[in-house]
Design a protein around this ligand. Structure first.
Ligand code: ADP
Ligand code: ADP
Length: 219
């Protein structure tokens, strides 16, 4: 249940999105990755999920190298992208069953993730019929299909209304009891509501890495 990032830099053309980033998460905890839009959060998450490669530096997820052991990394990680491409005409249960077959996961796992994410009353509907909060649950259910030890969630609570927010925060907190959860947000209240630790990023550089308790104590 670990993430280890060592001196990662990512340059897009002339734009340095990440500048020599290092941090480590070595136990089940919920770590918030806090920073304004454009800080580099999605870029870091795409590197850790092997969607893109760093320009320099290295990282391991659950001890697997992101450059040389991509398949092992993908098996260890559940990813909720910021803009999750969902097909609105598709039925929730069929969407999950299709992805289960793609990941070669047992079909029985579909009902497990439906229960785990509180989707049971909505699973017979199409994704288009669901509220934004329930669509996020579908994304989370999808990320959980292969029972990963690490969850990487890009802005999981952005754009939710207050009731949906409470439910999704609670769901993520429950998942964090036995998984490493690394979630991005640009809102400090989200960190306070869910996280054990916060890593603050600004303009591609880490400016703080603290336990929430230390922040509360003003250290
Ligand atoms: P965040 O997730 O914190 O909003 P991003 O990682 O999406 O930040 O972006 C970091 C910086 O890198 C921004 O300036 C963004 O415009 C730039 N960027 C991200 N993706 C690309 C890309 N594919 N090509 C060029 N620039 C990019
Ligand atoms: P995400 O939600 O994955 O961060 P965005 O909405 O920020 O994606 O961007 C959509 C796509 O455009 C992504 O593939 C991202 O890498 C790319 N992108 C983001 N910023 C830039 C940029 N400044 N120039 C070129 N591509 C970018």
């Amino acid at each position: 249940m670990s993430i280890k990032v060592e001196n990662i830099t990512k340059v897009y053309g002339q734009q340095k999105a990440l500048n020599n980033i290092s941090f480590e998460i070595s136990r089940p905890e919920i770590v918030g990755f806090l920073g304004p839009n454009g800080a580099g959060k999605s870029t870091m998450m795409k590197i850790l999920t092997t969607y893109i490669q760093p320009t320099e530096g290295q990282a391991q997820v659950n001890g697997h190298d992101i450059l040389t052991q991509t398949q092992k990394v993908q098996q260890s990680v559940g990813y909720l992208p910021e803009h999750n491409p969902l097909y609105l005409e598709q039925y929730v249960r069929e969407y999950l069953a299709f992805n289960a077959s793609v990941y070669k996961v047992d079909k029985a796992r579909v009902e497990e993730v439906i229960t785990l994410t509180g989707l049971t009353p909505e699973a017979h509907k199409t994704i288009g019929q669901l509220s934004k909060g329930y669509r996020q649950r579908v994304g989370l259910a999808n990320a959980l299909l292969h029972d990963p030890e690490v969850l990487i969630l890009d802005e999981p609570t952005t754009g939710l209304d207050p009731n949906q927010l409470i439910d999704i925060r609670q769901l993520i907190k429950n998942l964090g009891k036995d998984k490493t959860v690394f979630l991005s947000t640009h809102i400090m209240q989200e960190v306070e509501a869910m996280c054990d630790r916060v890593i603050i990023i600004n303009k591609g550089e880490i400016v703080a890495n603290k336990k929430l308790q230390e922040l509360r104590d003003g250290q």
